[in-house]
Design a protein around this ligand. Structure first.
Ligand SMILES: C[S@@+](CC[C@H](N)C(=O)[O-])C[C@H]1O[C@@H](n2cnc3c(N)ncnc32)[C@H](O)[C@@H]1O
Length: 282
């Protein structure tokens, strides 16, 4: 018997991650983008659609004492579902909690939960999508795919982003955790893996303020995404920047799509959040 409480933002006795309510902003913008984009593309003849969450967590969080659904359960709650949900969580206890929760979803037969390092899990997912995309099928669009990458620090390697980017369609929502990166002390080796090379070392931020340093990192990352074929908002950076009560930047959600429509829809998603207390949109 599955427990309907598994899918609700209530205590179900399984492990949750805890944190501050600043994490809400990323969950809300992911929710908005999934809602808007799945509606916008509903009439395209996609072969399949993948929601990919490679650091998925246990499915529920306690944020400042309040239980909130995590990104995997948010994605599974849409009335317009994806054909495939691919989750990965490196912590076995959290991965097991996620699997148990998902067992209550009517969409559970579309899901798979891997328990691997994020940089290994990507191979399984890309392999699956490549098989679907490979044959030429007249009148059929390739798989429509959205990946949410939500690292804690520097563990997401650039190679992983590159592998995802090599799929025909792959919108990327990336939590650029500036505070996590700072916590990781930018060890040269870890940072090289994160940025894909050592060119970040020669970044020269315009000012000495930490915000200049963060801006330089993010711009560098965005320019690398552009080299992989991702389009940019030319006139403006449409990012979700989340700060704590002391005005310290915690993370920035960046978005990348190879298609103009993706950029337009992301902008709409961000706009719906403009009044949120915690957000400052650049
Ligand atoms: C920021 S949390 C994800 C939160 C989730 N997106 C949500 O909405 O609740 C990052 C997750 O990545 C997991 N993790 C950390 N390092 C990892 C790695 N190298 N490979 C896979 N998972 C990892 C952590 O256990 C944690 O649950």
């Amino acid at each position: 018997m599955t427990n309907p409480a598994y899918l609700q933002p209530i205590d179900d006795g399984l492990p949750m991650r805890s944190g501050g309510d600043y994490a809400l902003a990323k969950l809300k913008v992911v929710e908005e983008y999934l809602k808007i984009s799945m509606t916008a593309v509903k009439n395209t003849n996609w072969r399949s659609s993948f929601y990919i969450d490679l650091q998925a967590g246990p499915g529920k969080n306690i944020l400042d004492g309040k239980i909130e659904l995590g990104s995997p359960l948010i994605a599974l709650n849409f009335p317009r579902p994806f054909t495939h949900y691919r989750f990965n969580e490196g912590n076995p206890t959290l991965a097991h909690a996620l699997m148990t929760r998902i067992s209550a979803s009517p969409l559970h037969d579309r899901t798979r939960v891997l328990q691997l390092d994020v940089n290994q899990a990507v191979d399984n997912v890309c392999q699956e999508i490549s098989v679907i995309d490979k044959p030429f099928i007249k009148g059929s669009a390739p798989s429509f795919n959205i990946a949410f990458l939500d690292p804690e620090g520097l563990e997401l390697s650039w190679e992983t982003v590159k592998k995802l980017a090599s799929m025909k369609v792959m919108d990327l929502i990336i939590n650029f955790s500036t505070s996590g990166i700072e916590r990781s002390h930018l060890t040269a080796e870890a940072s090289d893996r994160f940025f894909g090379n050592s060119s970040w070392r020669s970044l020269k931020p315009e000012g000495s303020d930490p915000s200049h340093k963060r801006r330089a990192w993010i711009d560098h990352y965005l320019s690398q995404l552009a080299e992989l074929g991702y389009k940019q908002h030319l006139q403006e950076q449409v990012e979700v920047v989340v700060k704590n009560s002391k005005n310290r930047q915690l993370y920035t959600i960046i978005f990348a799509s190879k298609h103009e429509l993706g950029l337009k829809l992301w902008k709409e998603a961000v706009k719906t959040m403009e009044n949120s207390r915690q957000l400052r949109l650049l």
